[in-house]
Structure formats: C-alpha cells, structure tokens
Ligand binder design. Structure first.
Ligand code: F6P
Length: 555
C-alpha cells in the first residue's frame, strides 16, 4: 500500500515553508522582484497564465515539483493517456483524451485500438449534422428542424450546454438550442411551450439510459410530440439518442441507426468530446466541433510533454494543492471576464467536485488531509456587484481564477475596454489591498471630515493578499475553448494524483439516487401515511406533511 502523501517528508517541508511565506504580503513579493511577472507567467497553446499574484517563490515551486515527483505524476499522466485501467474502482480506463486524439495514433484498451470506433462515430455525426443544416433531415410533416432540445443531466448536460452557450456566435442561423435537465416539470414545460413540434428535434443524452430525470423528461417529451403530431411514427423523425446502452435506447423506441454511441471509459463529466457533444456539433457545425477537439488535443500534448514547471495544468494543479492543504483555503472562485463563459463555473463544479470530492485513497485508505475545494463563480462584472465584497474584505483566503478574452465575440465601442479594465483592476486590488496609511491619505485627499474619516477608516481598509491566477486568450474560438476545458480537466487530474485519489468514479452520487427510489413508492401510495420503509423521524414527518397537503389523507 502506498504511503499517504501527508506522511511524506516533502509534505512536512511544505508545511514549514508555508509558515514562513504566510507572513509575507503579496505586495512585498512584488516589491522584492521587479521581474515577478516574467518569472511567474507561462505562455502555451495560445493561452497566457499569469500566476505571479500567488503566495509562492521559486523555492515554493521547487518543493511543489518535489511533491509531484514523489506522487509519480509523470507516470500517472503516461498511464492515463495510454488507456490503462486507472479508474480502479470501476475497472476502466479514463480515455476522454482519445476522443480528441487528432493524431489518430492507436490507443489500446484491453489490447484493442479504440481509434477506429471513435472515428466511425465522428463520421456518423458529420452527415447527420449536415442533413439537419441543409434541411434534408425533415420532421414528420416535412418541415426543416429549427429547435434542438438536449435532454440529459450532469455530464450529459453541463458540458454541452456550457459549450453551446460559449459558442453562440458560431450557431447555425436557423437553429436554436435548449437544454432540459431538471426533473421538475417547470423545466420541460417552460421550454415546450415555446416550441413547434413539427420543427423540433430531441436529443436524449444518457450514458446509462437509466437516469430517472432524463428518462422521465424524455418520456414526457415523446408523449407531447405524439399528442401534437397525432402519430407514434413521428418519434423516428424527432428523436435521436446518445448513449452507451444500445438495448435500452431501442426499448425506448429510438431506431439504433439514430443512436450515436460512446463507451464506458468516457466519464460523464468528461464526455462532451464524445457523441454527447452532438448538440454542440449540430449548433456550431462539424468543422467547429472538430476545432474544439483540436484545441483540446493541443492542450493534451502540452500536458503530456512539457516539463513539470513549464506545464500549465501541472502548475495550476500544484498551486491549488498549495492553498488547499497548506493555507487551509476551502473554496476557489472562477471569474470569467467573458460573458460567453457564463456557464463555465457550473461545468467546473461537476468536473472538480464530482472528481475530487473523495475521502479515501485509490487503495481505500482513509485520508487525513482535505481534498476538493468548493468551486463557485460567475461572470466577472456581475460578480463584482454581488459577491466580491467577500473577496475584498471578508476573512477567508479565496484563490481566484480570472479568465480574460482580449477581444469579445461582438464589437460595441467601449465595452471590451470596460471588461478588461475591470478584470485587471480587480486582480490588482485583491492582491495589493489598501493599507491604513494609504486609506487615510485617500480619504483626506477626498476631503473627508476628520471625525468621519477616523470612524470610517477601519471599514475602508483592504487587507489585499488575495491570490489569483489570470488566464488570457485572444478571443473565445472553438479551439481556445477546447484548450481551456482540457486545461481544467488536466489540472483536476494533477490534484487527484497529489492526493492519491481516483478522480473518475462518483459513488457518492449513488446513495441519493437509491434513497430517492426507495422513497418514491411511499410518496405515490395514496392510501396511507405509514411509509413502506422506516426512515428517520424527520423524513417520516416531512412525508406525512407533504402527503396531507396533497390531499391524499384527510387533514
Ligand atoms: O450525477 C451523477 C452522474 O452519474 C454523472 O456522473 C453523469 O454525468 C450523470 O449522472 C448523468 O448520467 P447519465 O449520462 O448516465 O444519464
């Protein structure tokens, strides 16, 4: 059994190093080194990472590199890319990188090259997308498709909806996309009421084709369509599926020729590169979908080959570990100053927290250090007017990632300058703060009455010292987006290796699903308030109350 990382010598060395660095303000690190930006920034794959506004020195980086070496990061990266069974609890490879392997070099899983099957699916997607665009794919009444509705949840929703949102400027002009994920009828109902069944195409996206929310939504959508068009046969022209479960798709009534396949070695939160990306391909066209894959592939090559401290995902992963385990930070905020990335924080929430929310090592040993940070965030300027107060004057250390596009996808005079100046101002102010002396001067210069000044002074001081990374790119194109998503996927992998955990399973999600299916019959039983299974007193009480209010029982 491997040694737990917190019991290693390098861990203790990092703890001691933190004690020294904790007392140094970030502004002092900048004062000591006029070349700090040059020394702590990296350009790769068309992205600039400025990591100079972090609590680190070259010594910190050497120690973090030692941690990466100690945990055999390079070896794990090699295993990941070569299709080894690194998802040990589910006995699978984790090969989302094969889906975007544009070099087409063979990748073996259980001795079989997976590339021909991947290419075959891409070759099936292209003519399908083209036929929707050209209007050759027609609805049951002979009309062209105008609305694409993806029904899926988790990884079968978050990735595709985030990308479709981000690449709105590339959408086919006739098509509109909708994403239904929540099982609350409001979600489906609100979308259906705006749609014309004759011109709507549903994509049912589910790896397992057993997910309660997705199947309920899919069945209700089918019922709606058949009722509106008056014929069961209409389903064939208005429903396609994306899944690993062919038999279940057929049982649902979708022709296998209208099913796009993927494989169990594609994790849900890593699946947008597979046929789960079908709604993306339909909305932006196959050429743009392939550019997204190409961008991710370029980041994959960088991750595989760049030395540890010139490797963007490695640096970002190690910096996260540094804050999480040595500075005791518990959350991380993602701040895209690029409105097209408004759903990026939500995608990252699943990617990071489903992957890293673990408390035992790969071998099942209990761990005694914290793992996953809580991920949150919102587009930059909106966040400034909502939660930035906490970042500026709260008591917590909250590392931030700023994502900045130099050019916007739209060009209205003055807007992009406002975006850029706000982004740079915020990371600067969070780092520098404004001490008592500077605040006193600023308030005096503003002509504040001396009494008021003294009263307000403590409230208007900013401690600063909040760390951040800044990622800069020219413009959010499909390639750049592919690179950004892959960057974060690999960063998560780096963290998982440092913590010795499996980032590719999600057993934690299962318990809730199981309890919900135990509860359902009790809720649906109209005869009695006595539950079929004994739950805790609170759950029993809530069930009784809800059933009473639904008039199943005399109140
Ligand atoms: O939320 C848990 C989960 O298992 C995710 O990992 C997955 O992306 C999602 O459910 C949806 O699963 P499926 O694609 O099988 O419907």
């Amino acid at each position: 059994m491997d040694t737990i990382v917190s019991h290693t010598h390098i861990w203790t060395t990092l703890q001691n190093h933190q004690k020294y660095l904790a007392s140094v303000h970030l502004r002092d690190l900048f004062a000591l080194d006029s070349q700090r930006f040059e020394n702590f920034s990296l350009e790769a794959c068309g992205l600039l990472l400025d990591y100079s506004k972090n609590h680190l020195t070259t010594n910190t980086l050497s120690l973090l590199q030692e941690l990466a070496i100690k945990t055999k990061l390079k070896n794990w990266i090699h295993q990941e890319f070569s299709g080894e069974t690194i998802n040990n609890t589910e006995q699978r490879a984790a090969l989302h990188t094969a889906l975007r392997n544009r070099s087409n070099q063979a990748i073996l899983v259980d001795g079989k090259d997976v590339m021909p099957a991947i290419n075959a699916v891409l070759e099936k997607i292209r003519p399908f997308v083209d036929s929707v665009h050209s209007g050759n794919w027609q609805g049951y009444t002979g009309k062209k498709i105008e609305s694409i509705v993806n029904i899926g949840i988790g990884g079968s929703d978050l990735g595709p909806s985030m990308v479709a949102r981000a690449l709105k400027a590339y959408h086919h002009p006739r098509l509109k996309s909708y994403f239904v994920s929540n099982v609350d009828a409001i979600h489906l109902g609100e979308i259906l009421q705006d749609l014309d069944p004759e011109t709507t195409l549903f994509i049912i996206a589910s790896k397992t084709f057993t997910t309660q929310e997705t199947l309920l939504n899919a069945n209700s959508a089918r019922k709606w369509l058949v009722e509106k068009l008056g014929d069961d046969k209409a389903v064939a022209k208005h429903f396609v599926a994306v899944s690993t479960a062919t038999k279940k798709v057929i049982q649902f009534g979708i022709d296998p020729s209208h099913m796009f396949e993927f494989w169990d070695w594609v994790g849900g939160r890593y699946s947008l590169w597979s046929a789960i990306g079908l709604p993306i391909a339909v909305m932006v066209g196959m050429d743009n979908f392939e550019k997204l894959l190409e961008g991710a592939h370029e980041m994959d090559q960088h991750f595989k080959t760049a030395p540890l401290l010139e490797n963007m995902p490695v640096l970002m992963g190690l910096i996260d570990v540094w804050y999480n385990n040595f500075f005791g930070s518990t959350t991380q905020v993602v701040l895209p100053y690029d409105y097209s990335l408004s759903l990026f924080p939500a995608h990252l929430q699943q990617l990071v927290m489903e992957s890293l929310g673990k408390r035992v090592t790969r071998e099942g040993q209990q761990i005694d250090y914290s793992t996953c940070p809580i991920i949150w965030g919102a587009p930059g300027n909106n966040g400034q007017h909502a939660f930035y107060q906490l970042l500026h004057q709260g008591t917590r250390l909250i590392p931030a990632d700023f994502l900045i596009a130099i050019e916007s996808q739209y060009d209205f005079p003055g807007h992009q300058d406002a975006v850029l100046s706000n982004a740079l101002a915020q990371s600067h102010a969070l780092m520098m703060g404004r001490n008592t002396e500077e605040t006193r001067k600023a308030l005096t210069d503003a002509g504040l009455d001396i009494q008021l000044l003294e009263q307000q002074l403590p409230h208007r001081v900013f401690k600063g010292n909040q760390p951040s990374n800044t990622l800069v790119y020219q413009k959010l194109t499909p390639e750049i987006l592919g690179k950004l998503i892959a960057l974060y996927e690999h960063k998560v992998f780096v963290q998982s290796v440092c913590w010795g955990i499996n980032p590719f399973d999600q057993w934690g999600v299962e318990l809730g699903k199981q309890v919900a299916s135990d509860l359902l019959p009790t809720l649906q039983n109209t005869q009695t308030s006595v539950t079929t299974k004994v739950h805790d007193a609170s759950t029993e009480g809530l069930l009784r109350y809800i059933k009473n209010k639904r008039n199943y029982l005399p109140s």
